[in-house]
Ligand binder design. Structure first.
Ligand code: C2E
Ligand code: MG
Ligand code: MG
Ligand code: MG
Length: 281
């Protein structure tokens, strides 16, 4: 360690020698501070109607620039947040921040902003927190109706306590929100839950979308998911659309919505609003 001169290199070398638990602890401590000090940010990625191209929603995605100015990916810090329980305050912050931004867009648009915001809910939040109360509080604080929110859940949320989750989901539906099953196709395989739970949208995981055009098996899977959704009266969103051909193919297959770098990367709130207002003129 002492022989490496550049701080960057030293840090990399040291972090490799740290044991996992210790690293996790330091991320956890920093993450707690970041949440408390307001250092977290949300970025917003548009979700568009594939047939018309109209932006219908923006997914709110957490971003964290740590004390050394390094932007950390949610793929790295969300699992730490879940294991430590910090996902509860982080998730509550994300919900309130998403509602605040939506109310700000409404105000800027003179009250005629019609998009919704999609917020991710972790399985841990659904188990531990009184999620419906938390969501209602965010809606009330910013004077928003529930139909302006889509809540994205993953299949892992359903596995642990199906009855309790069903109850929570109904309470969320009672608020008027829409519910989306995120990363569909990557988790739990017992599809019986689709009948029982009030799900409005299936979000087809990016792993089935990328490389779709050159993979007949993926086409078969996507077709099957689309027909399943349609039979159950659900809408569909394809994640990770990066090319025009993909967007066209998915529209032709009957997928309802699309999200991906083709349209926009996740953007800071002001840039997302600029994109939205440009698309509405
Ligand atoms: P997700 O909910 O499935 O979000 C979509 C992810 O795909 C985002 O990654 C987005 O940036 C990425 N993505 C979108 N379009 C494309 C594309 O065309 N190509 C590629 N390669 N990627 C694309 P991100 O922002 O890194 O978030 C990763 C995951 O972290 C999310 O997956 C979600 O599960 C979780 N996450 C993010 N923010 C929150 C949060 O506030 N709360 C909770 N519970 N989870 C969050
Ligand atoms: Mg999501
Ligand atoms: Mg997703
Ligand atoms: Mg995904």
């Amino acid at each position: 360690v002492k022989r490496a001169k550049a701080t960057g290199r030293t840090e990399t070398y040291q972090s490799r020698t740290f044991d996992l638990a210790r690293r996790q602890f330091s991320i956890e401590t920093e993450l707690r501070q970041a949440i408390e000090s307001g250092a977290m940010r949300l970025h917003f990625q548009p979700i568009s109607d594939l047939a018309s191209g109209r932006i219908v929603s923006f997914e709110a995605l957490a971003r964290w620039k740590n004390l050394r100015g390094v932007e950390l990916s949610p793929v790295d810090f969300i699992p730490v947040a879940e294991e430590s329980g910090l996902i509860v305050p982080l998730g509550r912050w994300a919900m309130h921040e998403a509602a605040r931004v939506l109310a700000e867009w409404d105000q800027k648009a003179g009250g005629c902003c019609d998009v919704s915001v999609s917020v991710n809910l972790s399985a841990i939040q659904l188990q531990r927190d009184h999620v419906a109360g938390m969501v209602r509080e965010a809606l009330d604080t910013y004077d928003l109706t529930g139909d302006r929110l889509t809540l994205e859940l993953t299949e892992s949320a359903i596995v642990t306590d199906p009855d309790r989750i069903a109850q929570t989901m109904r309470a969320l539906k009672d608020l008027g929100t829409r519910l989306a099953m995120d990363d569909f196709g990557t988790g739990y395989s017992n599809l019986a839950y689709l009948q029982k739970l009030p799900i409005d949208v299936l979000k087809i995981d990016r792993s089935f979308i990328s490389g779709l055009l050159s993979d007949r098996d993926k086409v078969a899977i996507v077709r099957a998911v689309l027909s399943l959704a349609s039979a159950l009266g659900m809408e569909t969103t394809a994640e990770g659309i990066e090319t025009n051909e993909l967007a066209q193919t998915l529209a032709a297959l009957g997928c309802t919505y699309g999200q991906g770098y083709l349209y926009a990367r996740p953007l800071p709130a002001d840039q997302a609003y600029t994109l939205l207002s440009a698309s509405r003129t």
